[in-house]
Design a binder for this molecule. Structure first.
Ligand SMILES: Cc1cc2nc3c(=O)[nH]c(=O)nc-3n(C[C@H](O)[C@H](O)[C@H](O)COP(=O)(O)OP(=O)(O)OC[C@H]3O[C@@H](n4cnc5c(N)ncnc54)[C@H](O)[C@@H]3O)c2cc1C
Length: 350
């Protein structure tokens, strides 16, 4: 079967790799970007695989779709021989003083959405010390079955696999104004047996209710900070995390702003992200800022992902803030559909 995958962002890469590993050999991947993938929000993402934390806002569907994300990433990255890009040390949630009741409300939501009463572990100061000796907080929670991948290096490792196994057309603008297996490539028409559209916000011509949700992050080198797992600070106004991606290197993220705007980070977001990081660990005061970046998350009106089948044109979109969490499950579900016709997780198919 001659397959075109449109978009070499996160979803297009994961899907092309898994299709190829599942025996589909005639795949062409198209993107208007080059192989670095800098136009994809995945290039700046925190890479957190956090089905429990994300169920607080995302509900049961996000939990159900994301709960195998961590084990699938482990399998993928082992197969790519880059197991070091994967960290399954869990997530630490910290409760700032005076927000003890608010965080209990969030924990109740995790219980409700995951049907796992008492899954979390309430931590006292000494427990927090055992997990992260440099963090001085009196109250927190530990979510052991969560983790993080090094997002940028993961994109690049999958990219290397793809250059050796499939055709990849870079700097190539694709246009398809309606669902069809005939697409326009740099102005020329070409037909495939199957077209799978993973163009994120580039698919607005076929998915008009797509919107962009702006996210900003800051990458720092912090030699005075030794934190081994993602740490989230719960706060009524901010949901900020620090995520280690290599020794002494952290992503501080991420803002979430209802705007399709990829202009540079605002002064306000810079102040909020950096002061929250300093609140978590004072060693961030001497960190060096390596990068400040912005991109937009492709989001549908219900904030859930969607696999839409229209004969031999399939689109996968709406990954919102959950691309790393959900792309493995979405890829495996699509491969199952192609071989058996079964639509796993029926609520996301249309
Ligand atoms: C700040 C930030 C932090 C994040 N952190 C996390 C996190 O910790 N965990 C998590 O799970 N998710 C996170 N995400 C979300 C994740 O990055 C996205 O969900 C994911 O990147 C979406 O993947 P996608 O492949 O659907 O779209 P994209 O990654 O946007 O890929 C679309 C691709 O299509 C190409 N394209 C578009 N139009 C065309 C066209 N006409 N012709 C050719 N090519 C085209 C683009 O160049 C791009 O490469 C974060 C996002 C942001 C912005």
């Amino acid at each position: 079967m001659k397959i075109a995958v449109l978009g070499a962002g996160l979803m297009g890469r994961v899907l092309s790799m898994r299709l190829n590993q599942s025996g589909y050999t005639d795949i062409t991947l198209f993107d208007r970007d080059n192989m670095d993938g800098k136009q994809s929000p995945a290039y700046i993402a925190g890479g957190m695989i956090a089905p429990y934390s994300e169920s607080i806002m995302g509900g049961k569907t996000i939990y159900n779709l994301g709960k195998n994300g961590l084990s699938l990433w482990k399998k993928y990255l082992n197969k790519l021989e880059v197991p070091e890009l994967y960290n399954d040390n869990g997530t630490l949630l910290l409760a700032p003083p005076n927000f003890s009741n608010e965080i209990k409300h969030y924990i109740n939501k995790i219980n409700f959405n995951t049907n796992e009463n008492n899954y979390y572990q309430v931590l006292k100061q000494s427990d927090i010390y055992d997990l992260e000796p440099e963090l001085k907080y009196n109250e927190g929670y530990y979510l052991p079955s969560e983790g993080v991948v090094n997002a940028r290096d993961t994109m690049s490792s999958i990219g290397k696999y793809l250059t050796n196994h499939i055709k990849w057309e870079v700097n190539t603008e694709i246009s398809c104004t309606h669902a069809s297996n005939e697409i326009t490539i740099n102005g020329m028409q070409q037909k495939f047996d199957l077209v799978i559209d993973c163009r994120g916000l580039g698919s607005r011509e076929t998915l008009p209710d797509l919107r962009g949700i702006r996210g900003e992050i800051i990458r720092v080198f912090a030699p005075e900070v030794n934190v081994s797992r993602p740490v989230r600070l719960f706060h009524p106004r901010h949901n900020i995390y620090i995520s280690p991606y290599k020794k002494h290197h952290y992503i501080i993220g991420a803002t979430e702003i209802e705007a399709n705007d990829i202009s540079p980070i605002s002064v306000r977001s810079t102040l909020e992200l950096l002061s929250m990081a300093y609140d978590i660990h004072s060693g961030f005061s001497e960190a060096r800022v390596l990068e400040m970046s912005t991109n937009c998350r492709p989001t549908l009106s219900n904030n859930l992902p969607q696999i839409k089948v229209d004969n031999n044109f399939i689109s996968i979109n709406g990954l919102y803030r959950h691309g790393f969490l959900l792309s493995p499950t979405l890829a495996e579900s699509l491969i199952e559909y192609l071989s058996t016709g079964n639509k796993l997780y029926s609520e996301i198919w249309s």
